[in-house]
Write a protein that binds this ligand. Structure first.
Ligand code: C5P
Length: 239
C-alpha cells in the first residue's frame, strides 16, 4: 500500500509564519506542504515556488468546482506550477473531472513537469448526516454519497479522493488498490476538534489504511510545531 509522508496544511495568514513553519518542518520524514485557498489567494504562484525551493513537495488544495471549460483552463495553469497534488470537487460531475485532469496534464507537459496527482473532494469532513439531508437535500447516507463520488472519480481517471478516515473501508471495495484515500480530520488525543465533525487520531488513520493524512491546526497552532509534527508522523508512519 502506498503510504505518503504526512501532509501539513499551512493554513496561516502571512509569509513570516510560513517561513517559520517551513524551517520547523525541515525534518524527516519531510512533509508534503498543503497550500490552501487563503494563502494562495494572498500570495499565489510565488508562494508555491517558495515552498518548492525550500525542498518540499506541494499539495495545492484549491478544490476547483466550475463548468468543465473553466476548470480545464484553470487546471492547465496549476499543472504548469509543477505541484505534486491538487484537488477538485467530485460534485462537479464526470465531465468536469475529466476536463480537469486533461488540463492538468497539458499544463504539466507545457513545462516538462510530471503531472500532479488529482484528488477529488468527496464530502468535506465538516459535513455531517444532518447537513447532508437538511441543507444539501441528498437522500443517500453520507457513506453512500462518499462511495459514489469515489467510483465517479476513479472512472474519470483521478488518482484518489480526499475523505474521512472513517470512510476508507467503504471506499476500498469499490476502487482499485492503487486509488489513494487521503484523510483530513486528524486529531491527536487531547487536541482540540475545532470545526471538524468526524475526527480520528494518526494511529487510527494508519489502522484504517489511509494512504496519507492531512493535518493543519494541531501542528500550525502548536507551541512547538516541529515536535507536534514529529509525534504525528511517528504515529502514522509506524509499520
Ligand atoms: O486544521 P485542520 O487539521 O482541521 O485542517 C484540515 C485541512 O484539510 C484544511 O486545510 C481543510 O481545508 C482540509 N480539508 C478538510 N476536509 C476535507 C478536505 C480538505 O478538512 N474533506
Amino acid at each position: 500500500m502506498i503510504k505518503l509522508a504526512p501532509i501539513v496544511a499551512i493554513d496561516v495568514a502571512d509569509l513570516t509564519q510560513v517561513t517559520i513553519l517551513l524551517k520547523e518542518l525541515s525534518v524527516a520524514p519531510r512533509p508534503i506542504i498543503k497550500i490552501g485557498m487563503e494563502l494562495f489567494y494572498h500570495f499565489g504562484p510565488a508562494l508555491v515556488r517558495q515552498v518548492q525551493q525550500a525542498g518540499f513537495a506541494v499539495f495545492l488544495d484549491l478544490k476547483l468546482h466550475d463548468i468543465p471549460n473553466t476548470v480545464e483552463r484553470a487546471m492547465k495553469v496549476i499543472g504548469a506550477l509543477g505541484v505534486q497534488f491538487t484537488t477538485i470537487h467530485a460534485a462537479g460531475g464526470l465531465e468536469m473531472l475529466t476536463a480537469g485532469k486533461r488540463g492538468l496534464i497539458a499544463g504539466a507537459q507545457s513545462v516538462g513537469a510530471a503531472p500532479a496527482r488529482l484528488l477529488a473532494i468527496t464530502q468535506l469532513t465538516s459535513i455531517d448526516e444532518q447537513i447532508l439531508h437538511e441543507q444539501q437535500h441528498v437522500s443517500l447516507s453520507l457513506g453512500e454519497s462518499v462511495q459514489e463520488y469515489a467510483r465517479l472519480s476513479q472512472s474519470a481517471g483521478l488518482a484518489g479522493v480526499v475523505c474521512s478516515a472513517q470512510e476508507v473501508s467503504l471506499i476500498r471495495p469499490v476502487v482499485d488498490a492503487s486509488f489513494l484515500c487521503i484523510t483530513p480530520g486528524i486529531r491527536p488525543l487531547n487536541a482540540k476538534q475545532d470545526d471538524q465533525k468526524r475526527v480520528v487520531t494518526p494511529a487510527q488513520a494508519r489502522q484504517l489504511s489511509t494512504n496519507g493524512i492531512v493535518v493543519g491546526r494541531p501542528i500550525t497552532q502548536a507551541k512547538n510545531a516541529q515536535r507536534a509534527y514529529q509525534q504525528i508522523a511517528a504515529e502514522f508512519m509506524e509499520e
